[in-house]
Design a protein around this ligand. Structure first.
Ligand code: ACO
Ligand code: ZN
Length: 488
């Protein structure tokens, strides 16, 4: 059962010491907003509640929550938890009794004025809790005839905690298992993740991403939109949100203009965040293979701010030491923000960084279909803008490339694609195609006034200095590649 801090997901964040506390003092606690309606259909699949429990030897009968006759997840499986149907029912009755007693006590207390000193009854109770918490032997829970539970059963937790704590944990497990299954009902039995919930958005994923198996066998995954920790249910996310101190990505905020910020995040320093970012990106990138080896990369996350914090809209990654001068490895705008100009902003930002570095950059190939469309649209606009603004200037590809930080190969391929380059009398010439220029001018005039753009003056950034080790590593890769080229 995912109880928020029990997987490598959040705890590794804690361990890294790289947690970025809220710097901006946004109001706390954060509450996820209502989701907008999303397209949901079963696509010819069975609803998940008809799924058979995957635990070997279990016929799906009974429920850890003790109230239902059937379950479909390991999390609600009595067999997995080394219990049986009856013991689950009895345990639930105990919980109900305890809850009723607590309610009653609270209603009595509500009518009394608060006392400074604990009553003798409270003291007695306190002592009994203290005693129970020092006992490390399971006595009061029926464990069904299993001395050493097999690997596909929940391990014996009594060695880790006192009886008291264990019972509390089991109560939480029991209640959460019911809530968890209820929250999934009606979703298709996909065996892979189909939906992603991030902040106020729910998105249908495009490709599969290698999340751990117990997450990827569910139709929906929940991500904290600030720290990107993944969770199985809305309840766990809600609880996480009350504790999560992040209100923006980690790393340094290197750009801010109006609501748009960009954070530079070192893959080595914020390894877990960057790995979670790559896992998220894989949902929408077909050819992406980087998930865990994030250390040689820097990540530039673009956000848009409101009173709740800085919400991620997209990012690009960049090798710290790219000897081929790639200025973007992978680029993504989250689907809920696509076609709003953020992809162009990210691309423009990547070239701004290249210009500040005094380098000429290019995105890593191959580009995806959408990547190619977006880059071509960007390069085309930059070329036509140059032609329109400097009509008398001769367009030299070399100068243009240096001024804009765009690789000449990308400029030539765009000119070829636009039919603007011709071989004439032994040399290449660039044609000013009036129809293209007119179309560009018309589009520029019709552009909404408040269209976002990157303002170089809002950048506060010094290029990353690779460490000696990183430089040696890059040299080694370069050498290997050159040798491989020679041997071909
Ligand atoms: N259909 C047609 N044209 C499109 C589309 C589309 N789906 N998406 C972008 N464009 C073109 C348009 O010309 C658009 O201008 P317009 O809106 O004025 O017509 C222009 O690209 C810029 O669009 P943006 O809104 O700035 O781009 P967006 O924010 O949608 O992001 C991106 C583009 C990053 C490629 C996005 O589609 C995405 O994340 N796709 C999935 C991941 C991916 O394929 N990334 C690229 C991989 S290649 C690499 O990583 C180096
Ligand atoms: Zn979080």
């Amino acid at each position: 059962m995912d109880t928020d801090s029990d997987d490598g997901n959040l705890s590794a964040n804690d361990k890294s010491g790289a947690m970025s506390p809220s710097k901006k003092g946004f109001p706390a606690p954060y509450q996820p907003r209502e989701l907008p309606p999303v397209r949901r259909d079963l696509d010819g699949m069975q609803p998940i509640e008809t799924r058979k429990c995957p635990v070997p030897g279990c016929d799906s009968s009974g429920h850890l929550g003790g109230r239902k006759d059937r379950h479909f997840l390991i999390d609600a499986c009595p067999v997995y938890h080394n219990l049986n149907r009856k013991s689950c029912k009895d345990f639930r009755q105990d919980i109900n009794k305890k809850t009723a007693a607590r309610k009653k006590a609270l209603s009595v207390l509500a009518n009394k004025s608060p006392s400074q000193n604990p009553t003798s009854e409270q003291k007695k109770y306190h002592l009994s809790v203290q005693e129970a918490r020092s006992t490390h032997k399971t006595t009061d829970l029926p464990v069904v005839g299993l001395e050493e539970p097999p690997e596909d059963r929940q391990m014996d937790l009594s060695i880790f905690a006192s009886d008291w704590d264990l019972k509390l944990f089991r109560e939480a497990q029991s209640l959460a298992s019911e809530d968890f299954e209820d929250s999934l009902k009606g979703l298709p039995d996909t065996k892979t993740i189909k939906y992603l919930q991030l902040g106020k958005y729910e998105m249908e994923v495009w490709y599969q991403s290698p999340y751990p198996e117990d997450y990827s066998c569910l139709p929906r995954v929940f991500l904290c939109e600030f720290c990107l920790k993944y969770m199985k249910s809305a309840t766990v996310l809600k609880r996480h949100a009350t504790k999560c101190v992040w209100k923006h990505p980690p790393g340094d905020e290197i750009y801010r203009k109006d609501k748009i910020s960009v954070f530079e995040i070192c893959g080595k320093r914020y390894k877990l965040y960057c790995q979670n970012l790559c896992l998220l990106a894989k949902f929408f990138l077909d050819h992406k293979t980087l998930y865990f080896d994030v250390e040689p990369f820097l990540f530039y996350v673009m956000t848009t701010a409101d009173t709740e914090g800085c919400h991620i809209v997209g990012y690009f990654s960049k090798e710290k030491n790219s000897f081929q001068n790639f200025n973007v490895s992978c680029i993504l705008t989250l689907p809920c923000y696509q076609r709003q100009g953020y992809g162009r902003l990210l691309i423009d930002f990547s070239y701004l960084l290249s210009r500040v570095e005094g380098k000429i950059g290019s995105p890593e190939k191959p580009l995806s279909d959408l990547g190619l469309i977006t880059y071509r649209a960007y390069w085309k606009d930059i070329i036509l803008d140059y032609i329109c603004n400097f009509p008398d200037k001769e367009l030299s590809i070399k100068n243009f490339s240096e001024e804009n930080g765009i690789n000449s190969y990308d400029i030539v391929s765009t000119l070829q694609y636009l039919g603007m380059i011709k071989y004439w009398r032994g040399q290449h010439v660039i044609l000013k195609k009036e129809d293209l220029i007119e179309e560009y001018l018309r589009k520029s005039r019709n552009r909404p006034k408040g269209r976002q753009q990157i303002y170089p003056s809002a950048l506060r950034w010094k290029p990353y200095e690779p460490t000696a080790k990183e430089r040696r590593h890059a040299e080694k890769i370069k050498k290997n590649q050159e040798e491989r080229k020679k041997n071909r």
